[in-house]
Design a protein around this ligand. Structure first.
Ligand code: ATP
Ligand code: MG
Length: 455
């Protein structure tokens, strides 16, 4: 009794176990049902009419409370996937290991997830031991459970809020509303255990803190540096998905800066330090991230290929330049450098084949922009990835890596009339064969030989 009183007075004891949620009413949280998409409200209503519990949960509730527009709406329910499917004609079960249901409402797709149960404690939940690898990383997380169990297995307190649109009440198991008001990102349960179960949570902490403008609670922040290596154990495809979320969050610059501060980038972009330590490399990456954030703010689409191409470009340069200096032909050696950089990166981040194709197209265009005579510039304009390659060239010029005159020329060429374009073309450079012939001739003159004698 006394302990209960003290823990209430002191605020919280963050054990990750909390069976009774605080019920937070509209006048305390201010989230109105109209802020929830129509399709999502309908989904919750239909489930409730069928006698199930249903709530809007996770990122959407958090973002709305923080004054941001949610990316999508997720629903959590005590109905099993099969029961959910029976409630909605336009719905289908997705996933094998952990099933969720996609419910279609007009143009919207609502993700409906059944409450998940305990894992961390062996012997609980009918002896259903959590399956982990040698480092403690959870391999499966697919046991159904109660709502309080579902709340406890979520990562941060601000992500464990359940909103009921019919009563406009928030069920708050872990003081998430207070944490959001105090601008704190707090892990549910013991941060070290939760990071060991899933090291991606460390990246999520940095991303969400940057996105919502929260400070990571010291207890959650402290272990990150020493546990960063655990990211090496995470499947590269998951890291890639998380990096993509981070880079397209609209706060890429802040996220990358914070990843570095927390020592986390080594697990995902190990060469980021090397890139950022080169003055031109740092400027280039910063400009690229700023441009990306601006595009997100303007609601424009982001190309993952372009983003990864910028992050890895200075590695390509670092590999390409020594090859060229050793006398290798420039274009074939660029392709060698590109393949090498992507090969090394593939061990960390599983960049999908399609995105790797986009990245290479953008890189391969770069030396071609130097060709400004004859028919070649017209051919370059026709390349499917021209626009991305050109934007990339602009960034290179802005960062001081290439001559501004080249990017200015392309900007003018792009917008010029046919006649003006023809007038802009530079005089043709001598072809390689001609150059070789001239060099040989000159060598003949130097040695006093008749150059024609060798031909
Ligand atoms: P956003 O959609 O803005 O990226 P989000 O928090 O909604 O952020 P999702 O990946 O959509 O992220 O996850 C939805 C919810 O699932 C989260 O709010 C959280 O409650 C839970 N969740 C997601 N990833 C994890 C994780 N690695 N560990 C525990 N819970 C998680
Ligand atoms: Mg989400």
């Amino acid at each position: 009794m006394i302990r209960k009183f003290i823990s209430r007075v002191l605020g919280r004891k963050n054990t990750g176990k909390r069976n009774e949620p605080a019920l937070i009413a509209l006048d305390q949280h201010g989230l109105q049902r109209e802020q929830i998409s129509r399709g999502c409200r309908q989904t919750v209503e239909d489930l409730q009419e069928n006698g199930y519990q249903a709530y809007i949960v996770g990122g959407a509730v958090r973002d709305l409370l923080a004054g941001l527009t949610p990316k999508d709406f997720d629903v959590a329910t005590n109905a099993t996937p099969e029961q959910v499917r029976r409630c909605f004609r336009r719905s289908r079960i997705i996933g094998r290991r952990f099933q969720i249901v996609h419910v279609s409402m007009g143009a919207e797709t609502i993700e409906v997830t059944t409450f998940r149960g305990h894992h961390g404690e062996p012997g609980t939940n009918g002896g259903n031991r959590a399956q982990t690898d040698a480092q403690g990383r959870l391999l499966r997380d697919n046991v159904f459970g109660s709502q309080s169990e579902d709340a406890a297995r979520r990562d941060f307190t601000v992500n464990a809020l359940y909103y009921d649109p019919s009563s406009e009440t928030i069920l708050d198991y872990h003081h998430g509303v207070a944490d959001l008001q105090q601008k704190t990102l707090r892990v549910i349960g013991d941060p070290k255990t939760r990071y060991r179960e899933d090291p991606v949570r460390m990246l999520r902490a940095v991303r969400l803190a940057a996105k919502i403008g929260l400070a990571i609670d010291p207890a959650a922040r402290r272990p990150i540096r020493e546990m960063a290596d655990l990211l090496e154990n995470v499947p590269p495809s998951r890291l890639f998905d998380e990096m993509l979320k981070l880079l397209t969050s609209g706060h890429a610059l802040r996220c990358i800066t914070r990843l570095r501060e927390e020592g986390l980038h080594n697990g995902v972009l190990p060469l980021l330090d090397v890139i950022l330590e080169q003055p031109r490399g740092e400027r280039f990456v910063m400009l690229a991230l700023e441009a990306t954030d601006r595009r997100v703010a303007e609601g424009k689409p982001i190309s993952p290929g372009f983003l990864f191409a910028t992050l890895l470009w200075h590695q390509v340069l670092a590999t390409w330049e020594p090859l060229k200096d050793s006398g290798e032909p420039p274009i074939p050696s660029l392709f060698v450098a590109m393949d090498e950089v992507l090969r090394v990166q593939a061990g960390k981040l599983a960049i999908t084949r399609r995105i790797a194709g986009d990245i290479k197209d953008i890189w391969a265009l770069q030396p071609r922009f130097e060709q400004r005579s004859g028919k070649r510039p017209y051919g370059i304009l026709q390349q499917p990835r021209f626009k991305a390659g050109y934007d990339f060239l602009l960034l290179r010029a802005q960062s001081g890596e290439v001559d501004q005159a080249i990017s200015n020329w392309w900007t003018a060429f792009l917008h010029a009339s046919d006649e003006a374009r023809a007038a802009m073309l530079l005089p043709a450079a001598p072809s390689t064969a001609k150059k070789r012939r001239r060099r040989r001739r000159r060598a003949g003159e130097d040695t006093g030989q008749n150059p024609n004698a060798t031909e």
